[in-house]
Design a protein. Structure first.
Length: 311
């Protein structure tokens, strides 16, 4: 847990630079609320020793904060943290028992319950205060409009690949959630976790490769669909593929199962982004595949040592 938190530090620093006070408030409130709710539920409802020192509540709070706009009101953050910990985690028995990623449970609950607040994206460099920020359309919303209208010329408004990799500057576009603003910072975290063997390559690579290939074929067939580089560098795809889908508890145990899991997440993300109600589909895709994890684990079982396979 603490290794993943360390891997999130580059993205956290970038979010402070781009969003300033708003990022600090959202992340601090989210982490503090998740730790408090886990402690309170463990002590007073489950009547057992709180285990907040294992780092899971801190990580859930940080990931929830990364999935929120930098101008979200504090009371909505608190509600999201309560749902993430109380419903997404502790109601199933706590760490190791939850079938769904708690941070995504909280995020999707807020997205469905408060769509206006959850889709108002501050523009980087135009933040006057935490509560009063200039908002704008995101690259994903531009892609969505181009698909809806069939007007490929709208895609000219998208930032170039280098801008999407390094972060969205002051160009009149909303930057999205706190954690998705800089793909390079997320990739640094991925390298750290791979080197430390906190995660394996199977899930993030299978998700990103699937989205790249499918979106590339769609772009070749119809220029109204964005090019694959812009697709994988926009929105929460990198954040979800690297830090959310790789959650130990909610992802398959074997390498083959993880590849199946990742490919399905990539396909669902493309479907929801292009034809769903929301421009972003990563969170919903991961939660849907969380539900299929037990089935994948049952289908893809490692052979027992010494087992004789009948031909």
């Amino acid at each position: 847990m603490y290794g993943v938190i360390v891997a999130l530090i580059p993205a956290l620093i970038v979010s402070f630079i781009y969003f300033g006070l708003g990022s600090a408030i959202v992340c601090a409130v989210s982490v503090a609320a998740c730790v408090f709710f886990e402690w309170a539920i463990s002590k007073y409802l489950l009547h057992r020793q709180p285990s907040i020192t294992d780092g899971s509540a801190i990580l859930t709070g940080l990931l929830l904060g990364f999935n929120l706009p930098s101008n979200l009101p504090v009371w909505i953050i608190l509600l999201g943290a309560l749902v993430a910990i109380g419903v997404g985690k502790m109601s199933f028995g706590g760490l190791g028992c939850n079938p769904f990623n708690p941070a995504l449970v909280g995020r999707c609950f807020l997205l469905v319950s408060f769509p206006a607040q959850m889709t108002s994206w501050p523009v980087v460099g135009q933040l006057t205060s935490y509560a009063d920020a200039t908002t704008g359309a995101t690259p994903l919303s531009i892609m969505k409009e181009a698909i809806k209208t069939g007007d490929a010329s709208l895609l000219s408004q998208l930032p170039d690949a280098v801008t999407l990799l390094l972060g969205n500057p002051s160009n009149g576009l909303g930057a999205g959630t706190i954690g998705e603003v800089c793909a390079l910072a997320l990739l640094i975290g991925l390298v750290y976790m791979l080197v430390r063997k906190i995660i394996t390559w199977h899930i993030p690579v299978s998700i990103i490769a699937t989205v790249f290939v499918i979106s590339g074929l769609m772009h070749l067939a119809n220029p109204a669909y964005a090019n694959p580089v812009a697709v994988i560098l926009s929105g929460g795809l990198m954040l979800g593929a690297i830090f959310m889908a790789t959650d130990y508890v909610t992802s398959p145990m074997t390498g083959k199962g993880q590849i199946i899991y990742g490919v399905c997440i990539g396909l669902l993300t493309i479907v929801i982004r292009n034809w769903g109600a929301y421009p972003e589909g990563m969170s919903f895709a991961i939660l849907i595949m969380n539900a299929f994890t037990p089935l994948i684990n049952n289908y893809v079982k490692p052979k027992r040592f010494g087992e004789v396979v009948e031909k």
